[in-house]
Write a protein that binds this ligand. Structure first.
Ligand code: F6R
Length: 265
């Protein structure tokens, strides 16, 4: 469903709620394998796919497998268009904890995606609102992504991208202050935790929902509450990941720990 179709449903006061597919795998490594295989299938079926991609701890294994597939000549990434979900703001592009640096180190420096086809918000931009509008314009120019790979925030945040609690379903790319719970978790990834920026520039919820297909990856105990809340709690801004139930083509790929609070697990 396109976002326009979703808005049409809203206008008609009839919003369809879907049940995401839930895949529970025995180990985090199997989540990596499943995710990489799915991305490779997408790229093989449509080499010029537009992809939304995440950063963070969760997808590291997926990127390693994608790089390996490129080295083994299983796939050609040269026609892909990539939009990252988000970047801290403000942050230097070459800061060890920037998402620009993460993408270069985990993926881009190892594969053949031309720089002109890789997009990520500029953490060095002087004005976050202007940069977010520019990012949104570029995102719209390339059309809806064929596939969005996303994570979910830690603890009770339930964020997708950096759409923290309070985010609206029709939100677009914008500056978003980090939720205190996200700050506490992500500051551990900075050599000096106090250095974590106050905010981010993130794709909005509507940008994520615009993708034809969405694959959410989650591993570990710290994601269990949010996964259960997103799949079975009320849909709304208290848990932005719950909005994914407005989209007909969503797969949650979970390890056992992240799935532990789901009924039947
Ligand atoms: C990162 C992003 C975030 C993360 C989420 C989980 O680009 O958009 O939503 O996916 O914070 O992060 P990890 O994987 O580090 O637990």
């Amino acid at each position: 469903m396109s976002y326009e179709a979703f808005r049409g449903q809203q206008a008609g006061e009839h919003i369809t709620v879907y049940r995401p597919e839930v895949v529970v795998l025995p180990s985090p490594e199997e989540v990596d394998q499943y995710a990489a295989t799915h991305v490779l299938e997408q790229v093989t079926a449509k080499p010029n796919s537009v992809l939304t991609l995440p950063t963070g701890g969760t997808p590291r294994g997926m990127y390693e497998l994608l790089v390996q597939a490129h080295r083994d000549h299983e796939v050609d990434f040269s026609q892909l268009i990539i939009f990252n979900l988000d970047e801290y703001w403000p942050i230097q592009r070459d800061h060890p904890s920037s998402y620009t640096r993460y993408m270069n180190e985990m993926f881009y420096s190892h594969v053949n995606i031309p720089p002109s086809q890789r997009f990520i918000p500029n953490g060095e931009a002087p004005d976050a609102a202007v940069e977010a509008d520019l990012y949104e314009t570029l995102f719209q120019a390339y059309g809806p992504p064929d596939l969005a790979v996303i994570g979910i925030g830690p603890g009770t945040t339930c964020h997708i991208g950096f759409n923290e609690r309070g985010s609206a379903v029709d939100s677009r790319s914008r500056y978003m202050p980090l939720d205190p719970e996200t700050r506490a978790a992500n500051s551990q990834l900075f050599a000096n935790p106090a250095e974590i920026p106050q905010g981010t520039i993130t794709q909005g919820v509507a940008d994520i929902l615009e993708a034809h297909q969405i694959m959410l990856l989650a591993k570990g105990d710290t994601k269990a509450w949010g996964i259960q809340r997103a799949l079975n709690g009320p849909i709304g801004p208290d848990a932005p990941a719950s909005y994914l139930r407005y989209h007909p083509q969503v797969t949650f790929v979970l390890d056992k720990a992240a799935a532990q609070y789901l009924p039947g697990q």
